[in-house]
Design a protein around this ligand. Sequence first.
Ligand SMILES: *[C@@H]1O[C@H](CO)[C@@H](O)[C@H](O)[C@H]1NC(C)=O
Length: 301
Amino acid sequence: DPFVSNIYILPLSYHNMQIMHVFIYKLTFKPYLVGHGDSCCNPLSMGAIKKMIEQEIAGIYVLSLMIGKNVVEDTENGFFLDVNHQVSMVCSQLAQDPNLQGGYNAMGFSQGAQFLRAVAQRCPSPPMKKLISVGGQHQGVYGLPRCPGESSHVCDMIREALNRGAYSDLVQKHLVQAQYWHDPLNDDLYKKHSLFLADINQERSVNETYKKNLQQLETFVMVKFLQDSVVDPVDTEWFGFLKTGQAKVTETLQESDLYKQDRLGLAAMDKAGKLVFLATEGDHLQFSKEWFDANLLPYLR
Ligand SMILES: *[C@@H]1O[C@H](CO)[C@@H](O)[C@H](O)[C@H]1NC(C)=O
């Protein structure tokens, strides 16, 4: 497939693409983990968040976990590597880290949010206590309304590859975006071939282990950006999505079969008061320090 080879030869300088990465933050007292949709080392994005948290929580020790060996490789992996493989890499690092053995809180930005949910579902040890999803895409995306780096050919190439073969095994394994692609018009294809999202969302079968592990969370916070122009549909940030079979009308998590049949334990968590839905003004991942301090920091203390 020519698109697959195109994807492989992309230049490595697209640091603003919506890629996936993970930080692990070790705290002196309360370890937590941060995953996000950017390269681990971009000082304009996650570096600023890290600093903000360090200022607010005294004595914090921060460890950033890179999947590659350097920033370029890290960025490249976030873009190209099989997410399932990334999750298992992170799980084994967590299991080996003596500072995390008492448990940790986790915060994921953009694609990092559903990544960390997969970590919670698949890797109960050490235990994740709280999961904060900031602009995550828990039901995937359908569309790239404003692909970061719009002026480049990369966005067009990704769209084209997704339209042509989002569910081919090759594209699924090597393009992270494809692993979050949820086409409501081709629901059967999605359920059958989505290697990552359909698996963690129990679309093919119910894995009782996922259900049990997710319910071990004390709190699962989901933040939605009301003017988000990157994530489509924005309902996915609260675990909603487009109703199957069409691409206009959306449904909330509570209206979905996933919830009604409680395939993932979310209904039980909701009844137990463990789900927190927050909304904020602003575009994708745009929030003020004041908002962060007032709304998210309390969950990290
Ligand atoms: C369920 O998930 C666990 C944790 O990832 C995994 O070890 C197990 O193989 C899965 N079971 C099935 C039937 O897929």
